[in-house]
Design a protein around this ligand. Structure first.
Ligand code: ZN
Length: 155
């Protein structure tokens, strides 16, 4: 009797909690002031060289990617003063900027996360680096962890 009710409770909880799951941690974004210096530092730290650099004009950032096992490290440097990375570094200094989770359907994921009470920075997916559509959730509803959702569109 007790086992049955515990199972039912567990099952009910699972049913409500797991309404949408992230596929995996896709990358970790790190804000840096000097891309060349940080590429050298992370090459030394990780033991691999960056596999590409990419400018994201709309975000005023230059990115540099490292592959470490299944996860990527994305260095983010400001390309001008308008960049949110410039503002971030001014406020908080260099360091951990965001976690990015891969999803199958980013538009659907945004709707579900919004319905679950998370505040969206972007209500629509937009083109990001590395052949992805991206959108951010506001850190004030994610325990101060800036969270990116991403969906691969071009490999
Ligand atoms: Zn990112």
């Amino acid at each position: 009797m007790q086992i049955v009710s515990l199972f039912q409770l567990y099952h009910k909880r699972m049913f409500f909690v797991v309404n949408f799951s992230m596929n995996k941690l896709e990358h970790i974004g790190i804000a840096v002031a000097n891309l060349e210096a940080s590429e050298a530092l992370f090459t030394s730290l990780l033991g691999v060289s960056p596999y590409k650099r990419e400018v994201v004009e709309s975000e005023h950032v230059i990115t540099s990617f490292f592959q470490v096992g299944e996860v990527k490290i994305e260095l983010l440097a400001a390309s001008n003063d308008q960049s949110t990375i410039a503002k971030f570094i001014e406020k908080k200094g260099e360091g951990l900027h965001h976690l990015a989770f891969e999803v199958d359907d980013i538009a659907q994921a945004l709707i579900e996360k919004s319905n679950s009470g998370f505040e969206l920075i972007h209500t629509q997916p937009k083109p990001g680096a590395d052949g992805k559509m991206i959108a951010f959730l506001h850190p004030k509803t994610t325990n101060s962890v800036l969270t990116e959702l991403c969906q691969t569109v071009n490999k």
